[in-house]
Design a protein around this ligand. Structure first.
Ligand SMILES: [Zn+2]
Length: 285
């Protein structure tokens, strides 16, 4: 089993064919580690840009990559074919910090190679996700690579910032610090059709009140003070992701706004309900 820790640099650019913006890969860096986390190889290539002509200012500032370097790079197809050969036939897990790089790579393969799946990708782990699980950092707070490195006493100054190979090394060092054979492989995912569908799935709020996933029992109000179910003052209407209606508690004599959101993710539904009391001054009788 080899661990392939990969990092990409990309340039956001307009792509005529899809009439939209795309993150074009300009550098690929990766390190290979064996079962015992010994470094057994590294990969570092510049990719000649085919979609964008010039690097954005923020990319140049962050990475210190120059337009000349990108012009002197190799075509994306050649770099990725070399990458596949470099990885070889041994069973592996590909790891990236966050799933952004893997999304970008899939997008580039589709746009530039016409391939729907990555030919070298069989097992994948988002190491940022695993790191946050092990360090008990909440999902909502996405920790950056360098903040994570400092948290586990890796001096990021030892590595040049924001170049693909260095970032992949910092990521590999973070992996070593949190790796736990008891649960690591439970977080590794098989890259089957569902994997690609899940990556591309756009979570969205359900706006149709008759949708089968809308649990009507949540479209209700119970007064926190007296337990009464109150009177509904307005019909449910949908705006800004939430179904909204106003209620009145006749026992406690106040009005409340109720807002309920049903958010569909690839493999789960998340519901959120907010109740806020309408202050008396605002109530117009
Ligand atoms: Zn009440």
């Amino acid at each position: 089993m080899h661990y392939i820790v990969m990092d990409l640099e990309w340039n956001n650019t307009y792509a005529k064919r899809i009439k939209g913006f795309i993150n074009e890969v300009i550098e690929v860096g990766a390190v290979m580690l064996d079962e015992n986390f010994n470094y057994v190889g590294e990969f570092s290539r510049m990719v000649r840009s085919q979609i964008g002509k010039k690097l954005r200012g923020n990319v140049k500032r962050l990475t210190h990559i120059t337009n000349d370097e990108v012009r002197n790079g190799e075509p994306f197809t050649k770099v990725m074919s070399d990458f596949k050969n470099w990885i070889g036939d041994r069973e592996n897990v590909i790891l990236t910090w966050g799933d952004g790089d893997i999304r970008v790579l899939i997008e580039n393969f589709r746009y530039l190679n016409g391939l729907q799946v990555l030919p070298f990708l069989t097992n994948y782990l988002d190491i940022q996700h695993y790191f946050q699980v092990k360090k008990e950092i909440p999902k909502a707070k996405q920790i950056g690579l360098f903040a994570a490195a400092e948290l586990v006493d890796i001096d990021p100054e030892l590595f040049a910032h924001h170049r693909a190979l260095d970032d992949s090394m910092v990521t590999a060092e973070c992996l070593k610090k949190v790796f736990d054979k008891k649960d690591f492989f439970k977080h590794v995912v098989k890259c089957d059709d569902a994997f690609y569908q899940k990556l591309q799935y756009k979570p969205h709020a359900i706006g149709n009140i008759n949708h089968p996933l809308v649990d009507k029992s949540l479209l209700s109000f119970t007064c926190e003070k007296c337990g009464s179910s109150g009177e509904q003052l307005t019909d449910w209407r949908y705006s800004n992701q939430f179904f909204r209606a106003n209620f009145h508690c006749p026992v406690c004599n106040y009005d409340a706004r109720v807002a309920v959101r049903f958010k569909k993710y690839f493999d789960r539904l998340e519901t959120k309900k907010n109740v806020s009391i309408i202050s008396n001054e605002k109530v117009k009788k």
